[in-house]
Design a protein around this ligand. Structure first.
Ligand code: HEM
Ligand code: NFK
Length: 285
């Protein structure tokens, strides 16, 4: 019961206080390591560098889960377990929304504040995020040219190479459709999965049929729409990144060596699932 005069909640007698030798919150979550993994490099330490570090670290933590879910989704598709794959994708969509919303926290960093510690970051850049590349690879935006960036991180390079060699989520979906009687062109099924997926005209009629009679093709239709959501969400994250970069460093070149905003803008023209967007033009024609 809450004592209204002291505005204090009484701790129930049954609450475990003697935690010696027991599993604890901080032990289970390895908080000692997690909360001691923020190492500002600015001298003297800039107040806002902690925000910058935590924004990146939380993103990387969520990306870890996104990867875990998308890899599982690929496996479940391979096993014809569409329900489980869709459930994993639904979770990923929520994480993407959180990540996109999170940009508003970093947007409180003013250009002047950032300029005061940017010089200490050297050539470090989000361009070197291995997990971000892993997600791009799983979604089909393969680019072997990214590998040398990770020569100094053997475990990450190995993970990326494994994903480069593996079918993407879209490859797995198209194989699933083929196994379930859909006329997926052989050129798609036999494509070199180490390359980025490129537009295949022959897939459009197939998707047109699915979209024009969703009830008859519900599983295929639902999965198509989940993939469209994934791509939309991914592009929204990229757009918010670009806008945050623009308001923070303007047209300065990037610490990673790119032109900056201009380079980031080019990613907005990429597409993971071109046929799922092309089909929209054809529906009803
Ligand atoms: C004020 C904050 C930020 C600025 C000014 C900024 C700036 C930039 C710039 C200029 C690039 C292009 C590469 C380069 O030359 O460096 C880039 C790439 C990238 N950044 Fe950021 N960034 C910021 C925050 C973040 C955060 C919080 C993340 C989350 C992990 C992130 C992830 C990435 C990724 C994944 C790329 C590669 C994008 C691509 O290849 O298209 N950035 N960033
Ligand atoms: N590329 C950024 C620096 C930056 O944002 C950054 C630096 C170190 C680690 C992660 C970063 N995040 C995204 O690029 C810049 O040019 O200011």
């Amino acid at each position: 019961m809450t004592d209204l005069t002291t505005n204090t909640r009484a701790l129930e007698d049954s609450i475990v206080r003697d935690l010696a030798g027991r599993m604890t919150y901080s032990g289970y979550l390895d908080l000692d390591r997690l909360l001691n993994a923020q190492h500002p490099v600015s001298v003297p330490e800039h107040h806002d560098e902690l925000l910058f570090i935590i924004q990146h670290q939380t993103t990387e933590l969520w990306l870890k889960l996104v990867l875990h879910e998308l890899q599982s989704a690929c496996g479940w598709l391979r096993e014809d377990n569409l329900g489980a794959a869709l459930k994993a994708i639904a979770r990923v969509k929520h994480i993407q929304k959180t990540l996109t919303e999170q940009w508003s926290v970093l947007a409180t960093l003013t250009p002047h504040e950032y300029a005061q510690f940017r010089g200490f970051l050297g050539h470090a850049s989000g361009f070197q995020s291995g997990q971000y590349r892993c997600v791009e690879f799983i979604l089909g935006n393969k680019n072997a040219g990214m590998l040398p960036v990770f020569d100094g991180e053997p475990a990450m390079r190995a993970q990326l190479e494994e994903l480069l060699d593996a079918p993407s989520l879209y490859d797995e979906f198209l194989r699933y459709l083929s196994r379930h009687g859909y006329a997926v062109p052989a050129e798609v099924l036999e494509r070199d999965v180490r390359l980025a997926h490129t537009f295949c005209e022959g897939l459009v009629p197939l998707f047109k049929e699915v979209y024009e009679d969703a009830e008859q093709h519900w599983s295929a239709y639902e999965t198509c729409e989940e993939l469209v959501d994934l791509e939309d969400n991914f592009q929204l994250w990229r757009f918010r990144h670009l806008r945050t970069v623009q308001r923070t460093i303007g047209m300065k070149t990037g610490t990673g060596g790119s032109s900056g905003v201009g380079f980031l803008r080019k990613a907005l023209d990429l597409t993971f699932f071109p046929e799922l967007f092309a089909v929209r033009t054809e529906v009803g024609r």
